[in-house]
Ligand binder design. Structure first.
Ligand SMILES: NC(=O)C1=CN([C@@H]2O[C@H](COP(=O)(O)OP(=O)(O)OC[C@H]3O[C@@H](n4cnc5c(N)ncnc54)[C@H](O)[C@@H]3O)[C@@H](O)[C@H]2O)[C@@H](O)CC1
Ligand SMILES: Nc1ncnc2c1ncn2[C@@H]1O[C@H](COP(=O)(O)OP(=O)(O)O)[C@@H](O)[C@H]1O
Ligand SMILES: [K+]
Length: 512
């Protein structure tokens, strides 16, 4: 069994879920949320300790009051900072506040001074999915102060100040080491600033089965999504069984990009990899990867059709590059456009119309700047709502799209979407995108459909980066060309039957 994707609900859908779940929910959801938070807190606290909980004016504050009561019952010295008007708390939060006072607890209108031994835990129960604008004044000051505490910092539901739908810090934002999100994941936990602000994310479903109440609008990416493809190769197969990938790119000065894509494709097991370069004076062999076959871009586009075509790595934006893109769009093969092929696409409405009418699978792999060009807007607008941007491109161009970056978004032409959580900032180096294109190209050439190939390629690429960061023990300085063998290692771990995954004979090298 491979890991299953997790459901993700934007705020509007969480509100719908709450409305479906709340009638008859006993104990009330807030009680369950506070209890789940207390359980997590207890796992972080060893001996009776000083805990600070900052409670806000809404139901997120209510979760904090419930948690406080339970931690106090467990023998911890719990201090609550609460500056709002108790008369204006929503009903459930008002009950939780009253129960806290009835249990002998008190609230302070300001953050108390740090006790001599320091706080053992600080909890952000200020704002959850009801955040409407940037935090300012007292709450902004509280956040700044809480963020300096050198102890575990736990956010309830979502770090205060983070937009739950977009992952954008609206202003000052709680920097959690742990986030316990209620009912289900929200997109903002997983993309843009979310992963930095949330720390370790855990979900407390509060006894609900969200998917049974309301189908999830989106999902995380996990191998369970494409597990029917994760099978060992048939012994009776040959290179023709695994497909030809052609990579078109490599204009003068950028040949390396095409090589990176080609090498990645070969390492993942493409039957054959052909590289069509635009640079007429480039090498005709890659001495470090002599398996690659070199052609001119023109010859490759006019020759026998490959099983998948990747156009863009190091392509440049010359007239010749434009002709290659136009020709590629017209070919009856699965087509992945990356890098300058996307920029050339953005330059021509006619090209976009032709692309949207293709009868064969089309995949687009923009980073935020390329996405902005495709949408004729600024990168800031793309990053302000990455999910919306990816979905808009996918719908408009009737293509499978990955909007790359921290928490890559995959969007389907029909509006479906996924968020990837593998990968890390060591991967923020030149050439990483070229490697992704090569990996996805190989899966396409192997007969995977566009959605499976893109979801798997994106997840695999991140897993390879994580694997390298862990085995080489590096946070910085990951080289794109190192990724190919790591992707090979991770992919082989996926396709091995479970009985063979742990045996020495079948395990890959510790340092691929
Ligand atoms: N409704 C439910 O059944 C459940 C809700 N839960 C909790 O309830 C939270 C949502 O509660 P609410 O809808 O009350 O929202 P919040 O508690 O997130 O905040 C809403 C309050 O904050 C104010 N506010 C928003 N932005 C502000 C800003 N920048 N500065 C100052 N005030 C601001 C609003 O006017 C409102 O009074 C969830 O995140 C979760 O923690 C959980 O108890 C699980 C169950
Ligand atoms: N901070 C990060 N977290 C996760 N993945 C990242 C991060 N930075 C970069 N990546 C991944 O590395 C790749 C970079 O692609 P791209 O920006 O096109 O690079 P290039 O154009 O140099 O090849 C993308 O797949 C992206 O998602
Ligand atoms: K919070």
């Amino acid at each position: 069994m491979h890991a299953a994707p997790l459901p993700i609900y934007p705020v509007s859908a969480i509100r719908d879920l709450e409305a479906l779940a709340i009638p008859g929910a006993m104990p009330p959801l807030m009680e369950r949320a506070g209890e789940a938070a207390a359980t997590l807190a207890l796992s972080l606290l060893k001996t009776p300790a000083a805990v600070l909980i900052a409670c806000g004016p809404g139901n997120n504050g209510g979760d904090g009051f419930v948690m406080a009561r339970l931690l106090r019952d467990a023998g911890h010295a719990v201090h609550i900072a609460f500056a709002a008007d108790p008369e204006r708390l929503p009903a459930d939060a008002a009950s939780a506040h009253a129960a806290w006072l009835a249990a002998g607890g008190e609230t302070l209108p300001e953050l108390p001074p740090t006790p001599p031994g320091g706080w053992a835990l600080v909890v952000d129960a200020l704002f959850g999915i009801g955040l409407q604008r940037p935090l300012e004044g007292r709450y902004a000051e509280w956040i700044d102060s809480l963020n300096t505490q050198p102890c575990p910092r736990l956010a309830l539901d979502i770090p205060s100040g983070l937009d739950a739908d977009t992952g954008r810090c609206l202003g000052p934002c709680f920097a959690a080491t742990h986030t316990l999100s209620f009912i289900a994941l929200k997109p903002g936990l997983l993309t843009l600033d979310g992963p930095d602000q949330c720390g370790l994310v855990q979900v407390a479903a509060l006894g609900l089965d969200p998917q049974a109440l309301l189908p999830a609008p989106g999902h995380s990416i996990a191998p369970g999504l494409f597990e029917t493809r994760l099978r060992p190769r048939r012994r009776n197969s040959h290179k023709g069984s695994h497909g030809d990938v052609a990579v078109i790119g490599g204009a003068p000065g950028m040949v390396g990009a095409a090589l990176l894509a080609g090498r990645a494709a070969a390492s993942l097991g493409a039957g054959r990899v052909l590289v069509g370069l635009l640079d007429p004076s480039a090498l005709s062999v890659d001495p470090l990867r002599p398996e690659l076959m070199f052609r001119t871009a023109t010859a490759l586009l006019e020759g026998p059709l490959p099983n998948a075509l990747v156009v863009g790595p190091g392509l440049g934006q010359s007239d010749n590059a434009g002709r290659c893109v136009d020709q590629a769009i017209g070919l009856p093969v699965p087509l992945l456009l990356d890098a300058d092929a996307l920029n050339l696409l953005a330059l021509s409405a006619a090209r976009q119309e032709t692309l949207a009418r293709r009868q064969h699978p089309t995949l687009l792999t923009p980073h935020p700047a390329e996405a902005a060009r495709l949408l004729a807007c600024g990168t800031t607008e793309v990053q302000a709502d990455r999910l919306a941007a990816a979905r808009r491109i996918a719908r408009r161009l009737q293509a499978w799209v990955v909007l790359k970056g921290c928490g890559s978004i995959v969007a389907a032409p029909d509006g479906a979407w996924w968020i990837n959580s593998s990968g890390n900032p060591a991967m923020a180096t030149a050439g990483m995108g070229d490697v992704l294109s090569g990996l996805v190209g190989t899966l396409l050439a192997g007969g995977w459909n566009a959605g499976e190939a893109l979801l798997a390629g994106v997840h695999l690429h991140g897993c390879a980066g994580d694997h390298l960061s862990a085995t080489l023990n590096i946070d910085s300085g990951l080289l794109a060309d190192e990724m190919s063998t790591a992707a090979r290692h991770c992919f082989n771990a996926w396709i091995r039957p479970p009985t063979m995954r742990d045996t020495a004979t079948w395990d890959g090298p510790a340092h691929p």
